[in-house]
Every structure is written in structure tokens, then in C-alpha cells.
Write a protein that binds this ligand. Structure first.
Ligand code: F0G
Length: 356
């Protein structure tokens, strides 16, 4: 058994690298596919639900899959600086891989609208953080414009190498299960990830690594649901700040994934998203960030309505780690404040007996 050295090495034959390419990696990928045990029983349905826990990547989100490729290719092309707009995870990932490569990272983030952990990470990795008094969509527009005027490589998912890196998550799922799931559920913001998964699944099916393809289910936050409305949203709002996006960059690709897979888009309220996040933590011991739980909120809704029938094998991608957003977690648990007692055996005993 050789030491795992990242997804580019593992899937080298399926990625645009050569023997002389210097690989910029933090050993990303190879994340666990965890079968839910308690939630299916709780909802009383015969379904196999697996979660692909992407929060266990090196910077805590699926963005690392795309970033190892994008930064590897930027460095190969001689770039000394990368830039992105971000709701927080892309910026953290870009900053980390730039640090690893020894190049600069510039990140544009919407002021006051990114989770605390993501900001802390990005600062620690020493990126140049530019906060704008605007949202992600405005930041994305500015990044595209500035890249025409400055020697910086864009590492948002409009960079095709990002999609190539992220498609490996679909490979890992098929490699783990031996087949593609019947349904694949994802939170959708910019729609790069749904595009990447569809690319990965169709590539494996074309090469007969798997004999089937999943139905792709893209779930959005109710206040930021351009795919459900069928038009761009100018003022997106949701507690799930990672997917607070109204003008998705991979618009056409995502519609192709939906159409070709026979899938659909749907939207869920902040309350539904937060309930799914709490449920996963409380009943399965899996702590993802709010946006990530949108995939489970959607799956549970569609299982409940019968749109996803019993007997189905379902994969939900959990895109980011719950630790990234401590403020929302504390808000979710406002009624479960830790108790403070004397440091004595008696007091501890009483506290335990009281809550048994
Ligand atoms: N989940 C999380 C945790 C995310 O950070 C994102 C996107 C998504 C889902 C949606 O993925 O954009 O490929 O449809 N975050 C980007 C960022 C926009 O800047 O970190 P998508």
C-alpha cells in the first residue's frame, strides 16, 4: 500500500497533467463515503443514504479538489499570483494552495457575509483579503474584469481545471460503491460542483467503469434560487452564506446536467436547511456547514414525497465542515448552553444524575 498523495496522483490518467508537471497538493480527496444509519430509520423509509463528507479535505471543503488542479496548472503556466471571488471556501482553499506553491493569492469576499472560520483560515494562510461592500456576484464580476488588467490567474470554477479536479469526487464514489448511485444530491450555488460531478460520472460511464448514471438533484436556498426560478436573482439572501449566490457562473452546464440526467432543482428555506444540519450532527455525528446540509434537506424532502422512491441508493455531498461556521452552530444550540458548576465530585455527580 503506497502512501496517499492526493487526487492528481490517484487519477493522473484522467487529468491534464504530464510527467514533468510539478503537482501542488495537500493530499486532498479520498474523503469518506459514510452510510447514514439512524436517519433512514427515523424517517421510516427503506433507502440507502450515503454522505460524501468533503468537509474532511485539507481546508475543510470540496474546493481543495479543484484548487490542487487549478494551482498546479497556474504554476505550470508560470503564474505568480491567483485571484478569486468567494463566499469563503474558495478563498480559504486558494490561499492554502498558494501558500503551498509559494505564490500570492488575492481574494474578494463580501464584507460581513462569510463564516468566521473561513475568514480566520484565509488570514492564517496569508492571502491578501479584499472585502467589498457588495455580494459574491459583484465580486465575481470584478475579478473577471481585473484579470484582464493584472497578471493574475482566476481560480474560480470558471477555470476549467477546477472542474477537472472536482470531477474526481464522482470517481471516488463509484470506486467505493462499485456503481453510481441512483440519485446524487448537491447544494448548488455557482453550479461548478454539479457540473463537475456530472462530468465525472459521464466520463466513468463512457469508459464503462460504471454501467449506470445518477439522477442529479440540485438544491438551493429559497432566497438564492435562480435555477428554481429560471432567472438570475439580484439580491440573494440565506443563512447558508456559502451558497448566497444569485448569478451562477456555470448556468448552462448545470442545466445540461439536469436535462441529461433527468434530474431537477428545488429550493429549501433556511429553517429546513438548519434542521437538516442539526439532524446530521445529532443523529449521525456528522457536522457539516449549513450550505452543505441543503443536500440532505432536499433528499429527505424528495424521499418523503416519493419523488425519490424507496429502494433507492442516494449520495448527498456534504461540501464543507461545520467547524467553519461556529456562529451558526452556537445559534442552533442557543437553548443548550453549557452549565457551570463547582469543581467538586458532588456537584458533578448531581449534574449527571439530573440529566439521566
Ligand atoms: N457548499 C459549500 C460549502 C460551498 O462553499 C459552495 C460554494 C457550494 C456548496 C456551492 O458549490 O458553487 O459549485 O455550486 N462556494 C463558493 C465559494 C462559491 O466561494 O466558496 P457551487
Amino acid at each position: 500500500m503506497t502512501h496517499y498523495t492526493g487526487l492528481i496522483e490517484r487519477y493522473r490518467k484522467r487529468l491534464p497533467v504530464s510527467d514533468s508537471t510539478r503537482i501542488i497538493s495537500l493530499n486532498e480527496g479520498n474523503t469518506p463515503l459514510i452510510q447514514l444509519q439512524n436517519i433512514p430509520r427515523l424517517i421510516g423509509k427503506e433507502v440507502d443514504i450515503y454522505v460524501k463528507f468533503e468537509g474532511l479535505n485539507p481546508t475543510g471543503s470540496f474546493k481543495d479538489r479543484g484548487m490542487t488542479m487549478a494551482v498546479t496548472k497556474a504554476v505550470e503556466a508560470g503564474s505568480h499570483a491567483i485571484i478569486c471571488a468567494s463566499t469563503g471556501n474558495t478563498s480559504a482553499s486558494a490561499a492554502a494552495y498558494a501558500a503551498r506553491a509559494g505564490i500570492r493569492a488575492f481574494v474578494l469576499i463580501p464584507e460581513g457575509k462569510i463564516a468566521l472560520g473561513k475568514l480566520a483560515q484565509t488570514l492564517m494562510y496569508d492571502a491578501k483579503i479584499i472585502q467589498i461592500s457588495g455580494n459574491f456576484d459583484q465580486g465575481m464580476q470584478l475579478v473577471k474584469e481585473v484579470a484582464d488588467h493584472a497578471p493574475v490567474t482566476i481560480v474560480n470554477s470558471i477555470n476549467p481545471f477546477r472542474i477537472d479536479g472536482q470531477k474526481t469526487a464522482a470517481f471516488e464514489i463509484v470506486d467505493a460503491l462499485g456503481f453510481a448511485p441512483d440519485y446524487h444530491c448537491l447544494p448548488v450555488g455557482n453550479a461548478g460542483n454539479i457540473t463537475a460531478y456530472w462530468k465525472g460520472y459521464t466520463e466513468y460511464a463512457r469508459d464503462r467503469v460504471c454501467g449506470n448514471l445518477p439522477v442529479m438533484c440540485g438544491y438551493q436556498a429559497a432566497g438564492a434560487a435562480p435555477f428554481v426560478l429560471g432567472e438570475m436573482v439580484d439580491h440573494p439572501e440565506t443563512v447558508a452564506t456559502a451558497i448566497r449566490i444569485g448569478h451562477p457562473q456555470s448556468w448552462d452546464f448545470a442545466w445540461t446536467a439536469q436535462r441529461e440526467s433527468g434530474g431537477w432543482f428545488d429550493k429549501f428555506t433556511d429553517e429546513q436547511i438548519l434542521a437538516a444540519q442539526k439532524m446530521l450532527s445529532q443523529f449521525e455525528g456528522i457536522f457539516c456547514e449549513p450550505a452543505s446540509a441543503t443536500s440532505l434537506a432536499g433528499a429527505l424532502h424528495d424521499i418523503g414525497s416519493g419523488k425519490i422512491p424507496e429502494g433507492s441508493k442516494i449520495v448527498c455531498t456534504l461540501t464543507g465542515n461545520g467547524i467553519k461556521d461556529p456562529e451558526i452552530a452556537m445559534m442552533q444550540c442557543a437553548d443548550a448552553k453549557p452549565i457551570t458548576i463547582d469543581a467538586s465530585l458532588d456537584a458533578v455527580k448531581r449534574a449527571i444524575l439530573d440529566s439521566l
